[in-house]
Design a protein. Structure first.
Length: 124
């Protein structure tokens, strides 16, 4: 018997077991997509730290508001729907920092609601 570096030899009263280290390939699992920056994902214009919608915005992923920004909806609507794949988890509009202001906008989800969230750490 030949032993190689990394091999482990185990012995018991009944038998002798050779455990050999075998290289394996580790595949990273895809993580959920990060939330989209509302100033990029929705139509609008930015003046200083105020982003103003210039049309309705439809999204299939959460939208983040840059830290300290004001979102002026201009009377438009942000509508969110499940893309049909993974469940919608978290808020439709979230804060990317410590403060945000959202005004003059309607935020809606699908008429029938989102599919049931079964992962208790991802609450809608």
């Amino acid at each position: 018997m030949t032993l190689y570096r990394g091999d482990v030899l185990r012995r018991s009263a009944a038998f002798l077991l050779l455990v050999t280290a075998v290289p394996i390939t580790v595949v990273a699992l895809a993580s959920p997509a990060a939330a989209a920056d509302i100033t990029v994902a929705c139509p609008g214009s930015t003046t200083g730290t105020t982003f103003t919608l210039t049309a309705d915005c439809a999204t299939t992923e959460p939208l983040t508001v840059p830290d300290g920004f004001t979102i002026d909806g201009g009377g438009f609507t942000i509508s969110a729907t499940d893309a049909g794949g993974a469940q919608w988890n978290g808020g439709i509009v979230t804060n990317a920092g410590t403060s945000m202001n959202v005004q003059n906008v309607t935020i809606t989800g699908p008429a029938g609601g989102f599919q049931l969230c079964v992962n208790s750490t991802n609450v809608l």
